[in-house]
Design a protein around this ligand. Structure first.
Ligand code: FAQ
Length: 311
């Protein structure tokens, strides 16, 4: 097929909502866009293990510890599926990791905030995983096959994560005044950074136009943020916690809540490396990479030995 026919074939598949698969022809910019988004997503899952990993040894009971451990391991698994999905686009795992460890690649802003109390485990599960699902449900129908398929399993696991977080928050909110205050404080600190997870407003979202055109994203940053707010307010009310937003108000006409504007200056600082924990997070990943060097070397030596035996 000539270039025009290949491009027409690609557009045709998108129009029919058929997946684009790794061996299909695709425009270079589509490939680049996907590598950027999928790898940022993978890095987010892996760096996202750190804030919760901080509380594994201090979980208040064996049950809580087992659940948290399982959840953090799930996030590591999500990172692996997503790195594999990115690799199908022709970039190596080494290059992807280099981009993260050199500070070139972005990962979700939310993981640059500290986890100061046990209630933060509740807030992360409830809000951060809740926001992640809101975004990822649409990604199950993203146009690139390997990414869409990875999202199906990831969404199932994120749904359990969201429930375990909300359960932690509801137990604390129904506990002693100190426990309830701890839950409220976690909500106060995580609310605005969670809203920022959806990315800048549509007017300032440089990548959205292509993402929507290519059916990589099926809904915009603002639409998803609005849906998350609508879904979360009744959940907060049910357990007697207050959303820290004086502008929050039900809007009958739009059948949704009006809410305040996140601090976009703070968001810009965080995504450019100047958030409260950016250096700590990258430092932890660099250390993990160095500590794992002998494992990579041993695995490579074993693989070449097996190749020799097979030859
Ligand atoms: N943080 O033009 P847009 C999780 C960047 S998974 C950092 O609107 P786009 C699970 C953006 O990259 C959480 N950077 O970009 C879990 C772009 O910069 P670039 C991760 C952000 O791609 C839970 C620039 O700003 N989820 O949490 C952020 O159309 C608990 C302009 O933005 C995903 O990655 C941000 N929040 O929309 C794990 C889902 N927002 O690349 C552990 C897949 C924007 O041009 C514990 N990703 N930027 O230099 C997406 O849906 C999209 O990439 C968005 C951004 C919505 C994140």
């Amino acid at each position: 097929m000539d270039a025009t026919a290949l491009a027409a074939n690609f557009e045709n598949k998108l129009a029919k909502n058929e997946n684009i698969e790794p061996k299909d022809w695709m425009p270079d910019n589509y490939r680049k866009h996907l590598i950027r988004q999928i790898s940022q997503h993978a890095h987010s899952e892996v760096v996202g293990m750190l804030p919760e990993g901080n509380w594994i040894t201090r979980a208040p009971s064996l049950r809580r510890k087992m659940v948290l451990l399982a959840k953090v391991q799930d996030e590591g698994g999500h990172g692996l599926y997503l790195y594999s999905a990115a690799e199908t686009l022709g970039i190596s795992r080494e290059e992807l990791l280099h981009q993260l460890l050199s500070g070139k690649a972005k990962y979700s802003s939310i993981f640059n905030y500290p986890t100061l109390s046990w209630a933060d485990m509740g807030a992360i599960g409830w809000l951060v995983d809740g926001a992640a699902i809101m975004n990822q449900v649409m990604l199950q129908r993203t146009s690139y096959g390997p990414y869409a398929r990875a999202m199906v399993r990831i969404c199932k696991e994120e749904s359990f994560h969201q429930r375990q977080g909300y359960e932690i928050m509801s137990v604390l909110a129904a506990g002693s005044p100190e426990q309830k205050a701890m839950a409220q404080d976690a909500l106060n600190r995580f609310w605005w950074p969670t809203l920022m997870m959806f990315g800048p407003s549509d007017a300032n979202s440089a990548n959205s136009e292509n993402a929507i055109k290519w059916k990589i994203k099926r809904e915009s940053n603002d639409q998803l943020r609005q849906r998350f707010v609508n879904q979360t307010i009744p959940q907060a009310e049910l357990i007697g916690l207050t959303i820290p937003d004086a502008q929050l108000k039900w809007n009958e006409a739009k059948q949704g809540y009006d809410f305040g504007e996140p601090d976009w200056e703070e968001f810009n600082q965080v995504i450019h490396g100047n958030g409260p924990c950016n250096k700590e997070r990258l430092g932890a990943r660099l250390k993990a990479h160095d500590d794992g060097k002998w494992v990579r070397e041993a695995a490579a030596a074993y693989a070449s030995k097996r190749k020799l035996v097979a030859a």
